[in-house]
Design a binder for this molecule. Structure first.
Ligand code: DAH
Length: 354
């Protein structure tokens, strides 16, 4: 069976030649030389006619198999080469447009970081989430009802004077305005809780607020508050005081404590202002705290039954407390920032410190 040995050699040679081919042109030449008219395979085929029928059949099958093997390996190599050529062509024709942006290659853009106010908001949220509160948000444009009415501040009530309001559309058919505090988010939240049977509620609501205030060291006309609301059964003023104290020490550190002083807010009864140990003098008295040792952070109180009634919660079954304070003010106190206006100045010498 000398032919069989030859065929194995032929197949091996074809395999080596195909592997060595690197271009479409080269693989075409390999194909012609191993399967073309002048190839040893074709020549062997032409000799079949002169053989005995038995031998002819056997050699014919061997030739057929060898040809199929060779064609398959050439085809496989052809596919690989075509894919590689296409990939090379695509890589060669690729244009990196960033090369044409002036200065980019020389000075890659530096990554910035979140503004101190955003970071303060995130760490306040962290403290409250750790205490079991959820975080919720509401719209910055409110109707008169959400910002005032539902919070027990009817039209023309003198309490509206506590907020210097930016009206967008005063009067008709219902006034819209930039919210003056985050307290209206309490209303949205309680309405949803009633609609979807989600009571009890324990949530904080951070966000941007607006007032017609002249900027000074402690006021910005665009500022941030975080609101808190708990609605549950049997909630007392002690729960409020305890929550405020735990928050104060968790956020400002173990040396800083809280105290509540009687105050008035239309949507809580009783209401209080909450103050924390002055972070500058740690309570001994200094200029910043007017020698009192305390700094006011926000307001709080027990949710007024009129507010519960406005959103359809039965004040005989549910009770709760609320609080609200300035996020910018927290950042100011925690980092001892003399003038709050620097928070919006975009001064890198300040921003890079945090
Ligand atoms: N919304 C009040 C303000 O902007 C702060 C406040 C006081 C919020 C008492 C409350 C609260 O939730 O119970 O001045």
């Amino acid at each position: 069976m000398a032919e069989t040995v030859d065929l194995d050699v032929l197949v091996d040679q074809a395999r080596t030649a195909a592997a060595a081919a690197g271009t479409t042109e080269e693989i075409r030449e390999v194909a012609a030389s191993v399967t073309g008219k002048k190839s040893p395979l074709a020549q062997a085929g032409r000799r079949l006619g002169s053989l005995e029928p038995g031998e002819r059949k056997e050699l014919g099958r061997a030739l057929h198999e060898a040809r199929a093997t060779v064609e398959a390996l050439i085809e496989a190599r052809r596919t690989d080469i075509a894919a590689a050529e296409l990939a090379r062509e695509m890589a060669d024709s690729r244009i990196d447009l960033t090369e044409f942006i002036p200065g980019l290659a020389a000075a890659p853009a530096a990554r910035g970081h979140l503004n101190l106010v955003s970071r303060t908001q995130a760490s306040l949220e962290d403290v409250f989430v750790g205490m079991g509160f959820e975080v919720a948000e509401g719209p910055e444009i409110e109707t008169d009802w959400y910002n005032f009415g539902a919070l027990n501040i009817p039209p023309a009530h003198p309490a509206r004077g506590m907020w210097d309001t930016f009206y967008l559309d005063l009067g008709a058919p219902e006034s819209t305005l930039l919210r003056t505090h985050t307290s209206p988010v309490q209303i949205h939240l309680m309405e949803q809780a009633v609609a979807h049977d989600l009571l009890p509620l324990h949530a904080v609501m951070p966000g941007r607020c607006y007032r017609r205030d002249t900027p000074d060291a402690r006021h910005l006309p665009v500022f941030h508050q975080i609101e808190g609301l708990v609605v549950d059964r049997g909630i007392t003023f002690a729960d409020l005081a305890g929550t405020i104290e735990v928050f104060t020490s968790a956020y400002f550190g173990p040396d800083i404590h809280s105290r509540l002083r009687p105050a008035y807010f239309p949507f809580t009864e009783p209401s209080a202002e909450f103050e924390v140990t002055c972070t500058i003098c740690l309570g001994s008295g200094c200029q910043t705290c007017s020698q009192t040792g305390w700094i006011e952070l926000g307001g709080c109180g027990m949710v007024d039954p009129a507010v519960f009634t406005a959103v359809g919660i039965d004040p005989d079954q549910w009770s709760g407390f609320a609080f609200g304070f300035g996020i910018d003010r927290c950042a100011q106190m925690r980092h001892q920032i003399a003038d709050m206006r620097i928070l919006t100045d975009n001064d890198l010498r300040f921003l890079r410190q945090f």
